[in-house]
Design a protein around this ligand. Structure first.
Ligand SMILES: [Zn+2]
Length: 272
């Protein structure tokens, strides 16, 4: 593994989760020539107020693929039903096959604590799959992994049982607009379902440019919060000038269930 040929696999529960949380890192990896694949475990066929079922799943599959193109990576959507994801053997084995075929150096996934049952299930099933991916007698269709990849959790705001540990905080300011452009591909989420679900449909502007600016204020604000919260980590990583100037960040925590994220491999796996 060198810094020039990394393979990074990013899991999320819904089409908009992998890029919503890690779109900045994905864009930075892709720009540097590394290979990134994003995987949504559900097809997103439930979270909407006037659409549903297979037509919504297809719409979301296309939105995710377009987001992936915008970031420079492949973005696939599996077929578990939205709102019904379970850390079942079936889903675990599906994840094992994907991991084995992709052969990642780094796997990014959510933690196991979240308000949304699909997000929790995603965190559990990905970590469950990672160890089993090294066991030859489980899932015969793809050869087992010889080495456990590093697993990193993406950022969330939950404080219990413990807040995300900022093991790696990266400056995504140079790719923030690319991340927002990717998220703007999720029209059914960003401009329809998510505002509807938080009773904010009235806030969504009509015009294309106005919507894009509104989305940037929303997701850019989330990235800015991380930059403010983890300013000391950014300064330690990038030096005083860039660390203080950073306006958008993404935060990652090494998981104890993968190969250790160490001071040595941290800069190889997050080479920016
Ligand atoms: Zn989600």
């Amino acid at each position: 593994m060198t810094a020039s040929n990394l393979r990074v696999l990013i899991f999320g529960a819904h089409p908009d989760d992998p890029d919503g949380r890690s779109g900045g890192a994905a864009a930075l990896y892709a720009r540097a020539g590394h290979v990134v694949k994003m995987v949504s475990l559900t097809n997103g066929d439930a979270g909407h107020m006037w659409e549903g079922g297979a037509p919504l799943a297809w719409r979301r599959r296309i939105e995710a693929a377009n987001s992936g193109k915008t970031l420079g990576c492949e973005y696939i959507t599996l077929d578990s039903h939205d709102g019904m994801l379970m850390p079942s053997l079936e889903v675990r084995n599906e994840v094992i096959s994907i991991v084995r075929n992709f052969k990642p150096d780094l796997v990014i996934c959510p933690r196991m604590w979240d308000y949304h049952p699909d997000h929790r299930a995603c965190g559990v099933v990905v970590v469950d799959a990672m160890y089993m991916a090294t066991v030859p007698n489980v899932v015969s269709g793809a050869e087992h992994l010889r080495k456990m990849p590093v697993i990193a959790y993406c950022y969330d705001q939950f404080q219990k049982p413990y807040p995300v540990q900022p093991d790696v905080v990266i400056d995504i300011s140079p790719v923030l607009d690319q991340k927002i452009d990717a998220l703007a591909c999720h029209v059914s989420q960003m401009y329809e379902w998510l505002p509807y679900n938080r009773s904010a449909m009235g806030e969504v502007p009509e015009g294309q440019a106005e919507r894009r600016a509104w989305l940037k204020a929303w997701y850019g604000g989330r990235a800015a919060q991380q930059a403010i919260k983890f300013r000391a980590e950014l300064v330690a990583r990038y030096g005083e000038q860039r660390g203080q100037a950073c306006v958008a960040a993404e935060t990652y925590e090494g998981s104890e269930y993968g190969s250790p994220l160490t001071a040595e491999n941290k800069d190889i796996l997050f080479p920016f």
